[in-house]
Design a protein around this ligand. Structure first.
Ligand code: PLP
Length: 391
């Protein structure tokens, strides 16, 4: 019996062959035949604390029995506590909860446009994003995602979105005027090839945005909650955001997102202008509180930096012995390896999987590694040995 399913009843945008996964334990996943895989993908940077966690499952179970859903017509204790704690991580006055990264960014666009048009007048609604960005697949976030492959058959998109070159100060100076409501940027580009912001760019962006009252949105959907070795990716690279969007690791594998906004924005938002049915439910927020208590801890974050150095030096060793590997990319535990021949990427991914390692790709020419944040050095070594053989 094969652990794969061929042509399941999923839309064709998903390809045709799927490995059917059954259960997980720590940093390992098992398919339906019992084959074991070390997970360097974490369900695309989601499962930050690994699999099979009794503590998270227990919280979810108890909360499901107690109260499973209320809608945002009512508040619940876990959601209130999480919102309060998230606000305290920076200069934030309120949190809009949602269920996915794209929803977090859509909320940020709505708040930014409402703020800008109320402060600077109607028509000042433009949003700037950057080359190779990925912000989601709904119409607003697709409009902020420059790559054609994500949007070609879906035009017309949302008006008012423009693109600049990532890290180009010249572009910022040329493009940004006060008709822009916001700039959305990933401190480290998760899907787009793992390029990261330069200090010079962050400083110029901050200066221009301050002068023209343009909000800086840090899309932390992939970099947030420890992935880069700090609570937020912007801290690693020196960005000064007004709004933060979070999702993937927030609830340890359950769907939850958060859009953190400052007082000056919140003060101008009116009742009914945004909402959600499922976002910020008591189960996901109860689990997220536990996830946050584990990740937002100096020792835990320092350990991610230590694991990152170990992982990076292992990748550097691979570059020395494998001519097909060119360059180490990324930060923290969102790392990558640029390959000389991008056509080899699917083969390398398949070979790794056949040898018990799950990895991802990023951009046009790199492999991506985003293991659970509590992975051990031994597990990193095991994975790197498999990767080296595959290469
Ligand atoms: N923003 C970034 C930086 C992402 O990496 C992703 C997903 O990969 C998204 C937004 C969209 O998140 P979701 O797929 O949960 O809508």
């Amino acid at each position: 019996m094969s652990p794969f399913v061929n042509k399941p009843p999923y839309p064709n945008n998903y390809g045709s062959d799927f490995l059917v996964l059954d259960r997980g334990e720590g940093c390992y996943i098992f398919d339906k035949k019992g084959n074991k895989y070390l997970d360097f993908g974490s369900g695309i940077s989601v499962n930050a604390l690994g699999y099979g966690r009794e503590d998270l499952a227990d919280i979810a179970y108890k909360q499901m029995k107690k109260l499973i859903h209320t809608s945002n017509l009512y508040a619940t204790e876990p959601a209130l506590e999480l919102a309060t704690k998230l606000c305290k991580t920076g200069n934030f006055a309120a949190v809009h909860f949602g269920n996915s990264g794209t929803e977090a960014n859509e909320a940020a666009f709505k708040y930014a446009r409402a703020y800008s048009q109320r402060v600077k007048g109607e028509g000042n609604y433009k949003i700037l994003s950057f080359s190779n960005a990925f912000h989601g697949r709904t119409f607003g976030t697709m409009s902020a995602t420059p790559k054609e492959k994500y949007k070609a058959p879906f035009y017309p998109l949302v008006p008012g979105f423009e693109t600049a070159e990532y890290n180009s100060v010249d572009d910022l100076k040329k493009i940004l005027d006060s008709s822009f409501a916001a700039v959305i940027v990933e401190p480290l580009q998760g899907e787009g090839g793992l390029d990261s912001l330069t200090k010079e760019f962050c400083e110029a962006l901050h200066e221009i945005c301050l002068a023209k009252d343009i909000l800086i949105i840090s899309d932390e959907v992939q970099t947030g909650f420890g992935r880069t070795g700090e609570l937020y990716g912007y801290e690693t690279f020196g960005l000064k955001p007004d709004i933060i969007t979070l999702s993937k690791p927030l609830a340890g594998g359950l769907p939850l997102s958060a859009t953190l906004i400052p007082k000056k924005v919140n003060d101008l938002i009116k009742i009914g202008e945004h909402g959600t049915t499922f976002g910020g439910g008591p189960v996901t927020t109860a689990v997220a509180l536990k996830v946050m208590s584990i990740i937002n801890d100096k020792e835990f974050l320092d350990n991610i930096k230590e694991l990152s150095s170990y992982f990076k030096s292992g990748l550097e060793d691979i570059i020395i012995s494998c001519s097909s590997a060119l360059k180490v990319k990324g930060e923290g535990l969102l790392l990558g390896l640029q390959l000389a021949n991008p056509n080899l990427i699917p083969t390398v991914i398949n070979k790794c999987r056949e040898s018990g390692l799950l990895i991802l790709r990023t951009g046009s020419d790199s492999l991506r590694f985003a293991p659970p944040l509590n992975i051990t050095k031994e597990e990193i070594k095991t994975g790197l040995d498999i990767l080296k053989k595959a290469l």
